[in-house]
Structures are given as structure tokens and as C-alpha cells.
Design a protein. Structure first.
Length: 713
């Protein structure tokens, strides 16, 4: 319905000067409306600024510590786009509206997203360290199902992942939030259409306020990833679109009724010259001042995002979110945001967001902080994003919905296959074979099989730490405390140690479980039970925790499976005896606390040399090439560093009141003929994994040691 202007009244109209000003300003703005481009270039500019600060946060967090706020801006922009799509389809039936919305959004997002997952996994297997593979196989599945934002364990916390950069799919959490909101927004919108128009903005405000309160009242690590705690940011974008639509409609009505404005110019009334302007004047003033306010908003947002010191999140997140909404409302045709460079960066921002993090993660894992290579990684991200946008993105966006659907299905299938390739290979390899041992090695295997299995054992190292017989306090981690089930023996047992304890768990259960009525297992990442490794806080806490659990459990037998760390340190300066050795005295005090609560005996795994982990996957190839095994020994084994740990253990047994016994693997790994430690067999099957645990083949190699020990209990 066209906008009408009330008839002249003595106290109700502006002076002719006011009318003339209104007409000129609005006419000028209407001429601009006629020439609008097919899409708002300023929004692409805002998108570009958002991706720039995100890149700054990821590549140079010390200089751009607030750049994470770029993702908050993406949420506002996404809300705007969602509302636009829904509004255009609001005259359709609810079923058609929902299907049209999903088809357009998934057509835009899925093909590139799935391609990046697929190619990232190929690069992971080809270029990344083996230690990163297992983590990323799991995270790739989460990314594929859009649940990367599920509630994280402490180890998976987003900001910790940013510093570690092991998970190459960490950044997909925001896409997961967005996709999950897609399943909510059509119904939020449809409910709004049932409310009178003048109340709709209030409805969105109430829903957004509830989400906002939810965000700030739940734990920050939960709120960060929760779609329900992010709804308010999407809704700000939706409200901006609705307000902008309302303004545009008002402008359009005035454009189509110029005679009404012209007639006003004849109604000069000097007596009312100082009265308030007519409603059209408010619109004119809005149009007049929108660009200066937009400029101030833009500068403010840039200053916050690029401020070199960390600002309080609880303050800057709502400021940036609301500020982005205000900027979007006012910035149409803004010459800064609409320039060609920024708009093009906005065009490639989706590719750039998906591509940059795996490249950065590779740099973080392999380049040892080389700053020149960091710059190269950033440039590579930009170049690959540009190529991807110009080729793949532009190509698939022109395809029909049917062809897009086929492409998505193919890419999804390929992604699943490449993620699960090891399981597929194992299944094929196991057909017709009977494998009873943990390593699956058979007599007819060759160095080719060794090369494959050495790689697999390293990749699945963390997975192999889990023992299905143990009920874990934290089911997501094999490191911690658990209790074994299915026991019918007569002894209470406890096993403690660092990750080597979990590494030995399956074998120990198989060999000693029949003698046990209970087995309590406690493993700590990188922390020794006899000494607070590195004197770090976590290990000091675990040091106490080991003693408390043994005191409460009071086992008949206890077993300590530990890879030596701090206890292998040399004598402190000016110390020449164990009485003066602070490390040993700490070990002794802890040992005495242990045996006070152990009925029969404490078995302590003695130290052996550590490995050069990068050589594990070279062993089989070297064997195939005919390399002298002694030469492999020398590059694989670090022959020194374990001696002091063995000396301290030996002294510990002397001071243990007859209740300690050492378990020594040296006879199993030392080659008397060559006088070298040998951590592989004649075919090249490694006894160790790259994370420096015993491989399943290594566990089988020492199994007989524990068979003998357990028989004697």
C-alpha cells in the first residue's frame, strides 16, 4: 500500500523548505536504488574483513588476538542470507519453503566442504606425521557429520587445538554450528509469519535474548560450540535484513508517489517552520547520515578485531556482533567495503576459510616455527583458495540441483572410504586368515606387509591403548583410571604408570587376568608414578593421585609400567650418591608409601633405551633395500639416557624391604651378537610405534615375560 501523507493542518506540516529538502534527498537515493548491483557488494567487503581477521588470529595470534571475532561476524552475515532466502520463498507452502531453503544452502556449502575433507585426508596420509593421523580420522568423521562442535573434552578444547594444531578439522566447528542452525531457522521463521507484522521484530528479539542469556550463563567452553547459544547472532543478521527490507519498501513507495511530495512543496507555512519534520524527513535523515555512521562502525570493528592486546570476550563479542549488524544495515554502496579487492576476497572467503587451517596445521606440525615458511603457508592458502573458487566453486554453482546431488553423494562416499581406508584394508586382508595374536603377524608375511603394519600400528596407536575389558572413568580417553571386568581369580591387582600402562593393558589382562579378582588400572599422560615428571603441575597432581589410589585400593600385587622420563636425568650438580640425589629420594619416599599398602609385591618395569621415532616407518624399506640391520639399530636406537634410570631402580629394589622386583626387557631387545639394541625382527616388523609405545608386535615379543611372572603369583 503506497505511503500517504496527511492533509494540511495548522499544526501538522513542515515548511516548504523542509519539503524541498526531503524531496531532493529521497529522489537522489531513489536514483541510486534503480542502479543497484545484483548483490550487495558491501556485504562481501564485510565478509572479506571477517576472513582477514580470522587468518590473522590463526597465523599470527600474537598480533591479532581478537581475530576470532571474525567468526561471529560470519554468523551475522549468514543470518542475513538465511532470512533473505526464506523471505523470498514465504509465499510458498511450508514444505516448499523448507525444501527450497535447504536445497539452496546445501548446494552452496556441501560440494566444496566435502571436497576439502576428501583432499585433506589424502594430504594427511601423504604429508603429515603419523601421530596426527588417528586424531584426524576421528575428527574427519565428526566434520563429515557436522558435529565438530560437540561438547569437547579438555584435550579437545578449541583454543588448545589452535595452539597444538593437530586436528586439521578444528575450524569446521563453525560450519557445524551453522548447519545445525539450518534445521532450526525455517521453523523460527515460519512461526514469525503467524505473528502480526508489527510484532515480528519483538518476537525475534525475545528469541535472541533467550539465546544471549543462555550463552552467558553456561560454561564458556560449552557456549562456544553450542548452536543454541549462538542463535542470537544469526537472528541479528535476520533482523537486519528485515529492517533493510522495510526501509527499501518505504523508499520504493515514495519513488512511485513523487507527485505527493511535489504537492507538499506548495504548502509553505511559515508559522510551523520550526515544528518537527514529517515522517518522510526521518527517512531522508536516515539516508543522509547512514554513510557517516557506517564509516564509524567500520573503523570501530576493525580496531576491535585487530587490537594487539586480548580484549574481554564477554564485552567485545556482543559489541562486534551488534556492530556488524548495524554496519550491514547502513553500509549499502559504501565505497570502502564495495571496492573490488575486498569484494573479491569476500567471494573467495569460503574457500579460504576451509583451506587455510589444514595448511597452517601442517606448518605447525612440521616446520618448527619457521617464520618464512609461515608466510609461505599463508600465501599458499590464498593461492589455493583463489584457484578453488575460480575453478571448482564457479563450476559447481552452475550445475543443476540433480547434478549437485550426485556430486555430493559421490564426494561423501569418497570421503568415507578415504577416512576408513585402514579398516577397509584390514577387512580385505583378514579374509581367510586366522589371527589370534594382538599383532596379526603370520609366518608367510614379508617386508611389504611389515611396511604396511608398521604404519598401521603407529597410526592406530591411541586406539590400541583402549582395552575393551576395562570400564573407564572417562570413556573418551584410555589414559586415566578404569577397572577391568570378567575376572574370577583370587588376587587384588593394580597397574599404574604413564601411557605404557595402557599400552600393556590388553596383554596383561590376557596373561594375569585369570589370577585376579580385581584389576585397577591407572595411566597418566607423560607422568611417572615415582617422580613428578618435569615438576609440572599435572604430574605433581598425578604423583599424589597414584599414591592415594594405591592406599585406598590396598592391592595384593601392583605393577608399574612406565617409560622412563625424569628419573633418567643425570646426577644433580655436586651430587655423587643416592643419599644426596633429590630425584632418588623422591622416588624412594613414594615407593615406601606404595609398599606400605601393597600386600605382597610391587613389580617395576626397568628402563630400556628410547627410540628415534621417525625411523619406525623406514625400517621395512631399509630391510627390503638390504641395509645392514646393525646400521638400522644405530639410527633407530638412542643408546644412552636410560642408564641413570636403571641405577635408580636398582637402588630402589635394595631399599624396598624385599617387596619390589624389577621386570627387565633388556634381554628381549639386546642383540648379544651385534652388541646393539634391536627393536625390529628380521622381516622389518617394528617392536615400537612412532609415539614410542610398544607396537602390537613388540607386545607379542615380550608377552612370555609376563606369562612367566603371572604363573608364579
Amino acid at each position: 500500500m503506497p505511503l500517504t501523507i496527511p492533509a494540511a493542518e495548522d499544526n501538522g506540516f513542515k515548511a516548504a523548505k523542509c519539503q524541498k529538502s526531503t524531496f531532493l534527498v529521497i529522489t537522489c537515493e531513489m536514483n541510486q536504488i534503480k542502479q543497484k548491483p545484483s548483490k550487495r557488494l558491501d556485504l562481501q567487503g564485510i565478509r572479506a574483513l571477517a576472513i582477514i581477521v580470522v587468518l590473522g588470529f590463526h597465523f599470527y595470534p600474537e598480533y591479532c588476538p581478537n581475530g576470532y571475532l571474525g567468526v561471529d561476524q560470519f554468523f551475522v552475515l549468514s543470518g542475513f542470507l538465511m532470512c533473505m532466502l526464506l523471505k523470498r520463498a514465504e509465499n510458498q507452502s511450508p514444505c516448499q519453503l523448507v525444501s527450497l531453503f535447504y536445497s539452496k544452502r546445501f548446494k552452496r556449502i556441501l560440494p566444496l566442504y566435502l571436497l576439502v575433507i576428501f583432499l585433506s585426508m589424502i594430504c594427511l596420509y601423504s604429508f603429515f606425521p603419523d601421530t596426527a593421523i588417528e586424531t584426524n580420522q576421528e575428527s574427519a568423521i565428526h566434520a563429515l557429520l557436522f558435529v565438530s562442535n560437540r561438547q569437547k573434552t579438555v584435550a579437545e578444547d578449541y583454543f588448545q587445538m589452535l595452539s597444538i594444531a593437530v586436528d586439521i578439522f578444528t575450524h569446521t566447528w563453525s560450519l557445524s554450528v551453522e548447519i545445525q542452525f539450518y534445521f532450526l531457522v525455517p521453523f523460527i521463521f515460519l512461526l514469525a509469519t503467524k505473528i502480526p507484522g508489527r510484532l515480528q521484530l519483538g518476537y525475534y528479539g525475545i528469541v535472541g535474548f533467550i539465546s544471549f542469556v543462555h550463552f552467558y550463563t553456561i560454561p564458556s567452553t560449552v557456549a562456544f560450540n553450542s548452536v543454541f547459544a549462538r542463535i542470537w547472532q544469526f537472528l541479528i543478521g535476520m533482523v537486519v535484513y528485515l529492517l533493510g527490507l522495510s526501509i527499501s519498501e518505504s523508499q520504493y513507495r515514495l519513488l512511485n508517489n513523487p507527485e505527493k511530495l511535489e504537492s507538499k512543496q506548495l504548502l509553505e507555512d511559515e508559522e510551523n517552520e520550526e515544528t518537527d519534520c514529517c515522517p518522510e524527513e526521518y527517512l531522508a535523515n536516515f539516508l543522509k547520515y547512514s554513510q557517516p555512521v557506517a564509516f564509524v562502525s567500520l573503523i570501530s570493528l576493525i580496531c576491535i578485531a585487530m587490537f594487539p592486546m586480548t580484549l574481554p570476550t564477554s564485552v567485545v563479542r556482543p559489541l562486534v556482533t551488534i556492530g556488524t549488524g548495524v554496519l550491514m544495515l547502513l553500509s549499502e554502496d559504501n565505497w570502502i567495503l564495495s571496492n573490488k579487492l575486498l569484494t573479491y576476497i569476500g567471494d573467495i572467503s569460503y574457500s579460504l576459510y576451509l583451506i587455510h587451517w589444514p595448511i597452517y596445521a601442517y606448518w605447525k606440525l612440521t616446520c618448527e616455527g619457521n617464520q618464512a615458511l609461515l608466510i609461505l603457508a599463508l600465501i599458499s592458502s590464498l593461492i589455493l583458495a583463489l584457484i578453488t573458487f575460480e575453478t571448482f566453486e564457479k563450476w559447481y554453482l552452475k550445475l543443476s540441483s540433480t547434478n549437485i546431488g550426485v556430486l555430493v553423494v559421490v564426494l561423501f562416499f569418497l570421503s568415507v572410504v578415504v577416512i576408513k581406508k585402514d579398516e577397509v584394508t584390514d577387512f580385505i586382508d583378514s579374509i581367510g586368515k586366522n589371527k589370534s595374536s594382538l599383532d596379526g603377524v603370520t609366518d608367510d608375511m614379508t617386508a611389504v606387509d611389515a611396511e604396511r603394519l608398521n604404519y598401521r600400528w603407529s597410526v592406530n596407536d591411541n586406539r590400541n591403548l583402549f582395552d575393551p575389558s576395562c570400564v573407564y572413568e572417562n570413556p573418551e580417553s584410555a589414559l586415566g583410571w578404569c577397572r577391568h571386568t570378567g575376572l574370577s581369580g583370587k588376587f587384588k591387582m593394580a597397574t599404574i604408570g604413564n601411557s605404557w600402562n595402557a599400552n600393556h593393558a590388553k596383554m596383561f589382562y590376557q596373561e594375569c587376568g585369570y589370577k585376579a579378582k580385581s584389576i585397577m588400572q591407572g595411566s597418566s599422560t607423560g607422568c611417572e608414578p615415582l617422580y613428578p615428571t618435569g615438576q609440572i603441575e599435572m604430574c605433581r597432581e598425578n604423583f599424589t593421585d597414584f599414591e592415594v589410589h594405591i592406599r585406598n585400593e590396598k592391592p595384593d600385587y601392583a605393577f608399574m609400567f612406565t617409560r622412563f622420563m625424569s628419573i633418567g636425568a643425570s646426577w644433580p650438580r655436586n651430587v655423587t650418591s643416592f643419599e644426596q640425589d633429590s630425584i632418588y629420594q623422591t622416588m624412594k619416599a613414594q615407593m615406601l608409601k606404595f609398599i606400605e599398602n601393597i600386600k605382597y609385591k610391587l613389580y617395576i618395569l626397568d628402563a630400556i633405551p628410547r627410540i628415534n621415532r621417525r625411523t619406525v616407518n623406514q625400517i621395512a624399506q631399509l630391510i627390503k633395500n638390504g641395509t645392514d640391520p646393525v646400521a638400522i639399530d644405530k639410527i633407530m636406537v638412542r643408546p644412552h639416557g636410560h642408564e641413570m634410570a636403571r641405577k635408580r631402580h636398582a637402588q630402589l629394589v635394595k631399599d624396598c624391604e624385599g617387596k619390589c622386583e624389577l621386570v627387565d626387557y633388556v634381554p628381549e631387545f639386546y642383540n648379544n651378537a651385534t652388541k646393539t639394541f634391536r627393536y625390529f625382527d628380521e622381516k622389518g616388523f617394528s617392536y615400537f610405534t612412532t609415539p614410542e609405545h610398544l607396537s602390537p608386535h613388540g607386545i607379542e615379543h615380550i608377552r612370555h615375560v609376563w606369562t612367566d611372572i603371572c604363573k608364579k603369583l
